[in-house]
Design a binder for this molecule. Structure first.
Ligand code: ATP
Ligand code: MG
Length: 390
């Protein structure tokens, strides 16, 4: 029996005129994600996209697993695609949905007929199908209000689709439909989650990681590759720029007051990241900061950081508790990687007593101690590119 995956694309339905563009991006993303499994055909009709494998040997379980991580999909289901003959449709309901019907106690049939040439109307389809299933599965009874299972019969142009339960999709918007942003990623728990959350809102990701060899190791960078690999399962391909940060960090350490080391370092990161973001045509920065989480993430520190930013800084974790962030990181499978113990450039020079209420004036004055501008430009120029796929 021919099987397809039917995509219900949630929020997209609200987008009115833009809808076609969104669907186009969603299909492009699905095509790309499914590519390792083989070729698929995509057909759009009435807010549903049918994804049909060209080759019967393609593993639909794997395809569903990949589809479950594509943003812009509210729900999807596996469906049997059968010829539009009522006998064949009844047969398919019985056999294709047998497991689900056996496990249920109550059911109802819902029919949609977009091919008006089909001889039976929707109420008749429901009645006839219901009657047949009741006679074949005598343990079942009909419950139209809250059935254990819904048998869906959709009569479309080419096929009739038969499907049972829906699987929840990843939600959100198709990646690329909201533009591109630059994720500052450390090896920690927060920033991969921040990237995941913004990709869910349709932003394509470019990533920047600051490395400070020899203080930070090759393994710390590898960890970032692994983290982004997990995020890329949802966001699609991510271009990563690894910035050499040692010189700037050493200079800050030698020239600036220790209590604002982190704030100055963060401002330098923002400056370098903006140069890379502009080069990559990204319109915003993303960080994993959350108010009050650590001394460098007080409101006052963020005010100082934002002073050097000429583009929006998205901080999707801003109001989240650590345990909420951890729950997401477990879900997207970054947690176990994040807790590996390799040193990040931030931890290398952490001040003993950071100032929790720095002011922009004080920080600007302190930064005058060295000529940072050429160093920032050089760091952005020397950044090394790594292509990250899921
Ligand atoms: P994370 O878990 O994301 O490391 P954190 O709670 O450890 O966050 P900080 O180390 O203070 O917080 O970093 C705050 C944010 O700054 C990070 O979420 C990230 O966006 C950015 N950041 C920190 N270190 C780096 C780095 N080495 N490269 C790129 N961005 C970084
Ligand atoms: Mg960190």
């Amino acid at each position: 029996m021919k099987e397809v995956i039917l995509i219900k694309n949630g929020e997209l339905a609200l987008k009115g005129l833009n809808r076609r563009t969104f669907e186009y991006i969603l299909i492009k993303n699905m095509k790309h994600r499914l590519l390792p499994l083989g070729k698929f055909d995509f057909t759009v009709a009435q807010s549903t996209i049918a994804v049909a494998p060209r080759d019967e040997s393609i593993d639909l379980d794997e395809a569903c697993e990949k589809i479950s991580k594509v943003f812009g999909i509210a729900a999807f289901s596996r469906a049997a695609a059968v010829e539009k003959d009522f006998g064949a449709i009844l047969e398919a309901c019985e056999t294709y949905l047998a497991d689900e019907l056996n496990a249920a106690r109550t059911f109802k049939v819902e029919a949609k007929r977009s091919d008006k040439k089909f001889p039976l109307q929707s109420p008749e389809i429901c009645r006839e199908t219901g009657g047949r299933l009741l006679s074949k599965f005598p343990h079942l009874s009909v419950d139209v209000h809250s059935p254990d299972m819904v048998v869906n019969v959709e009569i479309r142009d080419e096929y009739a689709y038969i499907h049972g339960r829906q699987i929840k999709g990843a939600g959100g918007m198709p990646v690329g439909s909201s533009g591109r942003a630059c994720l500052l990623i450390s090896g920690g728990i927060d920033s991969p989650v921040a990237g995941y959350m913004m990709a869910k809102r349709g932003l394509e990701l470019t990533a920047v990681h600051f490395a400070s060899p020899p203080y930070t190791s090759e393994r710390a960078e590898q960890k970032v590759h692994s983290l982004l690999g997990k995020v890329a399962q949802y966001s699609g391909r991510i271009g990563l720029w690894v910035v050499p940060f040692t010189d700037i960090q050493e200079k800050i350490k030698d020239c600036c007051p220790e209590d604002i080391f982190t704030v100055i370092m963060r401002r330098m990161m923002m400056r370098v990241s903006q140069i890379i973001a502009q080069r990559e045509k990204a319109g915003a920065l993303i960080t994993g900061e959350s108010v009050g989480q650590v001394a460098s993430q007080t409101l006052y520190a963020m005010i100082c950081t934002d002073k050097v930013c000429g583009m929006p800084v998205f901080r999707p974790l801003i109001g989240m508790d650590k345990d909420e962030v951890i729950a997401v990181s477990r879900k997207i499978e970054t947690f176990d990687i994040s807790v590996l113990p390799y040193e990040d450039c931030c931890t290398v020079f952490t001040p003993k007593h950071p100032r929790t209420r720095p002011t922009p004036d004080y920080v600007e004055q302190a930064e005058k101690a060295f000529d940072w501008e050429p160093m920032v430009i050089e760091a952005a120029e020397k950044a090394r590119f790594v292509n990250i796929n899921s």
